[in-house]
Ligand binder design. Structure first.
Ligand SMILES: CCCCCCCC(=O)SCCNC(=O)CCNC(=O)[C@H](O)C(C)(C)COP(=O)(O)OP(=O)(O)OC[C@H]1O[C@@H](n2cnc3c(N)ncnc32)[C@H](O)[C@@H]1OP(=O)(O)O
Length: 221
């Protein structure tokens, strides 16, 4: 069996980084960062929807600039990447869809089930495209992620090769369900279908080809 885990600190296949931070410490820090990101997410929503006077907006902006400086006091040299420790605990806190420290991420919480993966999410004002509806690119981004996770099946690295969307009707902001499943595999290619639904049924369908890049091992392969 070939391990997907490189030596500590090294960049492995697909850009994954082995990091020997113990799992309890990862869990603790993740909760701290998720707490911060949750408040920043509130800030984003409040910023979009505020109707306070201009002077108040300027005062809030100046206070926020001071807070940004405090967070900038110690920073990673680049993006957060994806890290793994020896216990197979993985963390990707900057991920655009699930990153615990990323206030832009909804965040999606992907659940593995008998047929593939699903996720329940509530999308607010920050994800609007047409009035009251989810931006089509946001729908594609969320589906791309859950389809990628489904294709990877927690045992191999896959990248999106081709993603096709069919927008059947507008997707309303609010509570939504995403579902994804593998329909077939051919060599390194994994074919995945997925959907977004609201209470009335499917709003978006997607199918995609996810490819295990040449030279990347499956964990149990
Ligand atoms: C844990 C976090 C999960 C997150 C999931 C989110 C998913 C993402 O967003 S991934 C980011 C977006 N995707 C990318 O950036 C991928 C960029 N592209 C690449 O890296 C490469 O082109 C990659 C990996 C897709 C294919 O490269 P490579 O392994 O060299 O493929 P290659 O050997 O040429 O082809 C292998 C097979 O795939 C097919 N193929 C190659 N590219 C594509 C494509 N774009 N679409 C469909 N099929 C393709 C080939 O035809 C070939 O098929 P066959 O075996 O039948 O001849």
């Amino acid at each position: 069996m070939t391990s997907r885990f490189p030596d500590a600190g090294a960049v492995g296949a697909g850009g994954f980084v082995r990091d020997d931070t113990p799992t309890p410490e990862v869990d603790r820090r993740e909760a701290v960062m998720a707490s911060l990101a949750g408040t920043v997410r509130e800030l984003v929503d409040a910023t979009i929807r505020t109707t306070v006077a201009d002077d108040e907006v300027h005062r809030v902006r100046d206070e926020l600039a001071l807070l940004v400086d405090r967070l900038r006091a110690a920073q990673l040299p680049g993006p957060a990447g994806i890290r793994y420790n020896a216990e197979f605990r993985a963390w990707n806190w900057g991920n655009a869809v699930v990153g615990a420290a990323n206030a832009i991420a909804p965040p999606l919480e992907v659940v593995h089930d008998a047929s593939g993966c699903h996720a329940d999410v509530v999308l607010g004002a920050a994800y609007e495209g047409p009035p009251g509806l989810v931006h089509g690119g946001v729908s594609a981004m969320l589906l791309d992620h859950i389809m990628g996770v489904t294709a990877s099946a927690m045992r191999r690295t896959t990248f999106t090769g081709t993603l096709t969307m069919r927008y059947r009707r507008g997707t309303p902001l609010g509570p939504l369900r995403l579902e994804a499943r593998i329909v077939r595999e051919e060599g390194r290619k994994v074919f995945v279908v997925a959907s977004i639904s609201d209470a009335e049924g499917v709003t978006v369908e997607a199918d995609g080809v996810f490819i295990q890049p040449a030279g990347t091992p499956a964990v149990d392969g």
